[in-house]
Design a protein around this ligand. Structure first.
Ligand SMILES: Cc1ncc(COP(=O)(O)O)c(C=O)c1O
Length: 320
């Protein structure tokens, strides 16, 4: 669907799926709900051949979405910035995402919404002529690191690789430009670390594959102000700092500040606030005497407590 052709199209309200119809996972594609095995896109879709795609990932926990409005809003902002469009408005999108979870029966879910450029007509190279494609799916909840790994202590590698420049790819658009991040994961795994983060051209910490990075020093929380996706869980941690009275600085974060931190944690919809025990194999100063550190622990607890707050939760109706 090109932007220009959208105005003439009536939004189609998708039919609600039967509860638990596709247990364990459900996709919404081409206007209908289907089992995961039927999820297919063209190999010629620019989403695949050009990383010309945006997406968002919300989660459900114990049968309720967490901050679904924020994910939907970020998705629509990303679509606009990329000159992409879907035929659904925010309410219809919400219904589709609920439908995927309802049909999958999943209580703890990873719920993605994706829009690709699509395939331009044969011979054409003009992205405006492509019919954008939308799909969504629900899978079981995915952790950046398992609970066992979190307790044993995640070892974060600081890669020398630079995140693709924000002048080239706007990092506030959730994107598939992950070559830097994926290669940094190779660096990490091949050297025995658990995950990685990459720097910007000035040598400041940016983000990792699927997460934002925070440091704590002398009671103050720090996180990068630029060159990163404005994660919804990052926002949650920032808001919690405000409500818990924890001082916060959102500013460029030099590598040395991360190495010298009292506590480090990462934030992601794939696990919330995840404590880091080691940087490049070196235990943080307070570890193992006090791990996770006190501020990480307060934010971790606060993150999960917010899931019970009706202001941030959107329960799924699983009834048949
Ligand atoms: C590159 C990147 N940074 C940060 C995040 C964290 O964002 P959120 O907290 O919204 O999950 C993600 C999530 O996938 C990501 O892909």
């Amino acid at each position: 669907m090109s932007i220009s052709s959208l105005a003439s199209v009536e939004p189609v309200v998708p039919k609600a799926p039967a509860a638990n119809q596709f247990e364990g996972g459900c996709v919404f594609i081409d206007g209908a709900y289907a089992p995961l095995s039927e999820a297919k896109i063209s190999m010629f879709d620019w989403g695949f051949t050009r990383s010309d795609v945006t997406y968002d990932v919300a989660t459900t926990w114990h049968g309720s979405f967490f901050r679904l409005d924020a994910h939907i809003e970020r998705f629509f902002v990303s679509l606009k910035k990329m000159n992409l469009a879907i035929q659904y408005d925010r309410d219809a999108l919400r219904d589709i995402l609920h439908g995927c979870v309802r049909a999958s029966g999943l209580q703890d879910g990873y719920v993605a919404m994706v829009c690709t450029r699509g395939v331009p007509p044969k011979g054409a190279r003009d992205p405006r002529q492509a019919q954008n494609r939308f799909y969504a799916y629900a899978l079981p909840y995915m952790w950046i690191a398992s609970r066992e790994k979190q307790l044993a202590g995640i070892d974060l590698h600081i890669s020398e690789r630079q995140r693709i420049s924000p002048a080239s790819v706007d990092p506030t658009i959730k994107n598939y430009h992950w070559m830097d991040l994926v290669q940094s994961m190779f660096d990490a795994y091949e050297n025995g670390h658990d995950t990685s983060c990459v720097v910007d051209a000035d040598g400041n910490i940016t983000e990792g594959p699927g997460f934002n990075v925070f440091a704590v020093k002398d009671g103050v929380v720090y996180t990068a102000d630029r060159g990163v996706l404005e994660g919804i869980s990052r926002r949650t941690a920032i808001e919690l700092c405000g409500s818990l009275g924890i001082p916060l600085r959102v500013a460029p974060m030099p590598v040395a500040a991360l190495r010298d931190a009292d506590e480090v944690f990462i934030t992601s919809s794939g696990g919330g606030v995840l404590p880091i025990a080691k940087i490049d194999g070196k235990p943080l100063p307070r570890f193992p005497q006090q791990f996770p550190g006190p501020i990480t622990t307060r934010l971790y607890d606060g993150y999960w407590a917010m899931h019970d707050d009706p202001a941030f939760s959107d329960p799924v109706d699983y009834r048949a």
